[in-house]
Design a protein around this ligand. Structure first.
Ligand code: 5AD
Ligand code: SF4
Length: 486
């Protein structure tokens, strides 16, 4: 499958080392922080905020857990297996703590509220627990731990967006960065724990978003991904009905924000995630079509191809509505790649309902998909209202059918690109060979090509010569393109 950076599998773990400290007031001392992120890009982006707050307390990041004074896991609750992985990791740290009793271990993020009692008091696996809206409180929490107490703050906020904090970039690449534009979610999809773990939806001041993107560009970054659980409901100074709240202040919707960021520089690519089928407007599609540097790629989770299942999932749209949105994308942005999320074996899903997911996949022919077995989550509407009644073997078999079909579609669409010359933003050496570079085209396909004399962060033209279902392979056809638009 395509290792897709924009919507990485949620169970991905990422560790980071601070490469760029942008905020001059930050103080980096000799205390060492080992920070590991689980789950979605939003968590990874949050870890960069945490690294920034703790840089102000004299912490620099380390990739070696043995060196650490403070170990923080930024956790994910979206499916049960994500939680299990974090628990396993915490037991490993417990043995490390036996060797080094002064080591402080904490958990951040989505598991914080749910498991604070168990992890802190009952199993005594951690010293500190901070929820997604409590990161500014970390210095105080660390002080409390310093006095021998266990420290907790899992309060969710209606306002916190960390808008004024310049994240410490934790990736190695220095080319592509995540920028959070909103936090929380009000959608209450019946399977999803996010509204409980991350709280109410709130949007970040657009000027701070643009400033962060401009600063990234000035520091050599060439791609930003604007992040939110549902970017289409981004709104600044607008009511949920789209009316201006304060007539003396500028109001900004998501389409307008996209354009503001695209105007930072034609050399800065703009991506975003995640769109919601019930909210994605033609205005957004037109903005994407209008600006060459807004990437021609939309992640539009369907979850199921059957309208009754979608109703039980409380997704707020039907199969036909979704297909209508796909038709709008194809019409307004003809060269747009589309990816999706699919859940196999949701409560009550019949064989016929499952086959409608397969038929929808064939109708749309997605470029890529993230595919999951349904995993019941505590507190969710589905847990309270429905029975998780699809047997695990059936879930697995349905998931396999979905994955096999998607692999065929990805291969088919990749094969169609063989022979094309595409513009690629060079990200760095390919994972497989030091002789090769890799980068993405606008549609978010990973392209691998022989290195030659090109620089990271430049736009190059690559002729696609071969492919797998996951990657395009090609040869460089000209040198770096400096001044043209991507
Ligand atoms: N079980 C399985 N998959 C889930 N997702 C969210 N909650 C669950 C769950 N309880 C998937 C959805 C969502 C993606 C981020 O994770 O497909 O779009
Ligand atoms: Fe969860 Fe639905 Fe919100 Fe996405 S839109 S975070 S699936 S509740």
């Amino acid at each position: 499958m395509q290792p897709n950076k924009l919507n990485e599998p949620l169970d991905e773990v990422r560790q980071g080392e601070a490469l760029m400290l942008q905020n001059e007031t930050q103080r980096v001392g000799d205390k060492k922080l080992f920070l590991e992120s689980y789950g979605c890009q939003m968590n990874f982006s949050d870890s960069e905020v945490v690294a920034s707050i703790l840089a102000g307390e004299g912490y620099c990041t380390t990739r070696n857990v043995e060196d650490a004074d403070l170990v923080l896991l930024n956790t994910c609750s979206i499916r049960d297996n994500a939680e299990q992985r974090v628990r396993k990791r915490l037991t490993e740290f417990k043995s490390l703590k036996k060797k080094k009793p002064e080591l402080v271990v904490g958990i951040l993020g989505c598991m914080a509220e749910r498991l604070k009692k168990n992890l802190l008091e009952e199993e005594q696996l951690v010293d500190l627990v901070a929820g997604p809206d409590a990161y500014r409180d970390l210095p105080n929490l660390l002080d409390e731990v310093g006095t021998g107490q266990r420290a907790v703050n899992v309060l969710l906020s209606r306002e916190e967006t960390y808008a004024d904090i310049t994240p410490v970039r934790l990736d190695q690449g220095g080319i592509s960065a995540f920028v959070t534009i909103m936090r929380g979610c009000d959608n209450m999809c019946s399977f999803c724990v996010v509204p409980f773990t991350r709280g109410r939806e709130r949007s970040r001041n657009p000027q701070t978003v643009v400033e962060e993107c401009r600063s990234l560009f000035n520091n050599g970054y060439r791609e930003v991904t604007l992040l939110g659980q549902n970017v289409d409901s981004y709104r600044w100074n607008l009511s949920s009905k789209g009316e201006i709240v304060d007539h003396n202040e500028p109001s900004v919707n998501f389409a307008q924000l996209l354009i503001m960021v695209a105007q930072v520089s034609p050399q800065l690519r703009v991506r975003f995630s995640t769109s919601h089928p019930k909210d994605m407007t033609d205005e957004v599609l037109e903005a994407i079509a209008q600006y060459a540097n807004i990437c021609k790629y939309i992640h539009l989770p369907i979850q199921s191809g059957n309208s009754s299942v979608l109703y039980r999932m409380n997704r707020g749209y039907t199969r036909d509505w979704y297909l209508n949105r796909i038709a709008a994308i194809r019409k307004i942005i003809p060269n747009c790649a589309i990816s999706t999320d699919i859940i196999a074996g949701f409560c009550g899903e019949t064989e016929d309902e499952h086959s409608e997911t397969l038929s929808l996949m064939s109708e749309v022919c997605f470029d890529y998909a993230y595919m999951f077995k349904y995993s019941e989550r505590p507190k969710t509407l589905a847990e309270r209202k429905f029975t998780d009644d699809v047997p695990d073997e059936t879930k697995s078999r349905r998931l396999t059918e979905i994955i096999e079909l998607q692999t065929k579609h990805s291969l088919f669409l990749n094969q169609r690109q063989v022979g094309q010359v595409q513009e690629v933003l060079v990200e760095g050496p390919s994972k497989r060979s030091a002789q090769q570079f890799c980068g993405r085209n606008s549609q978010n396909n990973m392209v691998v090509f022989d290195k030659k004399n090109v620089a990271k962060g430049s736009y190059v033209h690559v002729k696609i010569t071969d492919c797998t279902s996951a990657t395009l392979l090609g040869v460089l056809v000209n040198q770096e393109k400096e001044q043209q638009t991507p």
